[in-house]
Design a binder for this molecule. Structure first.
Ligand SMILES: [Zn+2]
Length: 485
């Protein structure tokens, strides 16, 4: 942290030192300091310190509800849990609309800044400088979404599942639990906190990129919320850049900052479901060295998002209301980044191999998404019995799925597994088909319909059936049938 900025120093003195001094006077600084703070950041908060810390915080403040989303059995480490802190809004009648904010830490177990700053955010919302934000914000923090990864010092969860890319399949019990929380509560804003390797821009933030995300939601995220956050980061002397995609000379796309289009990436999945969502990364070598500094950076970024959400409450709640609705036009089933603005340059700063900052230019670069195929939105889908895993995933996302208790005949269209062209015209003719008992009806027009469409449409590039025709081109049709609008 630089001392060049006097305004920052004054803010620090006003906000932090008195609180700390008061806490020491009252003799309760220990239980309220996070485990890493107590150890002066000479070691990480251990996985088995998280619940005892939050329990002590509840007992000391009574200001929030501590719950267990799920317990996991880690052979060698015993039972570990994924705790959630539900910090209620303290709104008054006639005030601004309440904004619900969900914060996810440590989807990747080796990325600890989200866990450390998550604990600080909880503490400061219930007993610290962030408390005034609760007049507008209802906040839930899941600081350690991947406790097994934290314990084992692996990015992935059990079974090698990368939680951050599992938000379509929900193969991991951890993600099923997160989505249950999401579906019960429908937050307006979701922050997914991560860490990345050393880069010059020490906070990088990704907005949703999947083309089926509501365009107004992306505009709001990039041009209304992000500038507020960038401003606060600049005030704190933290170097920030939005994620960008760039091209190498052989025309391969590379992500200076990874911004995959995939629907299963957390920030895309939650945005498809209708929430304004961001991937927030702080860069470092992820060692214990520097933990305090990058925890502070992540804290400043998260606090800035909370302040922006409170400030923009009216617009944020309005944009989310519209983004959860399925449009009655078309949506994408295939898209890619393009280098359409070939020749354009973006000034960029990198660290060279000696750790020095060097100015470079990315060329060409652009996060422009070209939609390659669209389909009209249907009334819904009939799915044959036997697709239990898909149905379980849809239910875990909170979608309405109706089981047929007796055989039923419906007019539907079938999807060839290997169409010549992905387009409405390639879907089969309307035919009456008899579905046996145990089949499923899924109405398309329901909350989060954009995500539902992206998962269920069998030709969807990042959907449930993605890759079904990749190896050979089998004859036949998918077990999903379209009921046209
Ligand atoms: Zn990560």
């Amino acid at each position: 942290m630089s001392i060049r900025n006097p305004a920052w120093l004054v803010g620090f003195a006003l906000l932090v030192i008195p609180t700390h001094a008061l806490a020491q006077e009252s003799g309760r600084s220990r239980p309220l300091s996070t485990p890493a703070e107590q150890k002066e950041y000479l070691s990480f908060t251990a996985a088995d310190e998280v619940v005892p810390y939050l329990t002590a915080l509840v007992e000391a403040t009574g200001g929030f509800e501590l719950d267990t989303l799920i317990t996991l059995n880690d052979g060698s480490s015993g039972v570990v849990s994924v705790p959630v802190a539900r910090i209620p809004v303290l709104s008054e009648p006639g005030g601004p609309p309440v904004v619900r904010v969900l914060i996810l830490g440590a989807q990747h177990g080796t990325e600890r800044a989200g866990l450390e700053s998550g604990l600080r955010i909880i503490r400061d919302l219930v007993d610290g400088e962030l408390e005034p934000l609760r007049r507008t914000l209802d906040v839930r923090v899941i600081p350690m979404t991947n406790p097994l990864g934290v314990i084992r010092r692996t990015m992935e969860a059990a079974g090698g599942i990368d939680l951050s890319h599992d938000h379509v399949d929900l193969a991991a019990a951890e993600n099923q639990a997160i989505w249950r929380e999401y579906a019960d509560w429908r937050p307006h804003l979701v922050l997914d906190l991560h860490e990345m390797g050393p880069t010059e821009y020490t906070i990088q933030i990704g907005v949703p990129t999947h083309p089926n995300v509501d365009a107004d939601l992306v505009t709001f995220a990039r041009y209304y919320m992000l500038p507020q956050v960038a401003h606060q980061l600049a005030r704190a002397d933290i170097r920030f850049h939005e994620y960008v995609a760039a091209w190498t000379e052989d025309a391969e796309e590379t992500f200076y900052t990874p911004a995959p289009l995939e629907a299963g990436n957390a920030r895309n999945a939650f945005a498809l479901a209708g929430a304004v969502s961001f991937l927030v990364e702080t860069s470092s070598s992820r060692d214990i060295m520097g933990l305090e500094e990058r925890t502070e950076r992540m804290y400043v970024a998260t606090r800035a998002f909370l302040e922006a959400a409170a400030l923009l409450a009216v617009d944020l709640t309005r944009v989310v209301e519209r983004a959860t609705v399925l449009p009655d036009t078309t949506l994408s089933v295939a898209a890619r980044y393009t280098a359409r603005t070939s020749g354009s340059k973006l000034a960029w700063v990198q660290l060279n191999e000696r750790g020095l900052r060097v100015r470079t230019a990315l060329s060409p670069w652009l996060p422009v998404v070209e939609v390659e195929a669209v389909l009209s939105t249907p009334a819904g889908w009939m799915i044959e019995g036997g697709e239990g895993e898909l149905i379980a995933s849809l239910r875990a996302h909170g979608f309405q799925v109706d089981r047929m208790n007796r055989p039923i005949s419906r007019s539907v269209q079938a999807y060839p597994i290997c169409p010549e062209v992905v387009a409405d015209a390639s879907i089969g003719e309307l035919q009456v088909r008899r579905f046996r008992a145990g089949s499923w009806w899924i109405p398309a027009d329901q909350p989060g319909g954009r995500l539902l469409f992206t998962i269920v449409e069998p030709w969807s590039q990042y959907g449930w059936f993605a890759g079904a025709a990749a190896i050979d081109c089998p004859e036949g049709t998918f077990p999903v049938y379209r009921v046209p609008a």
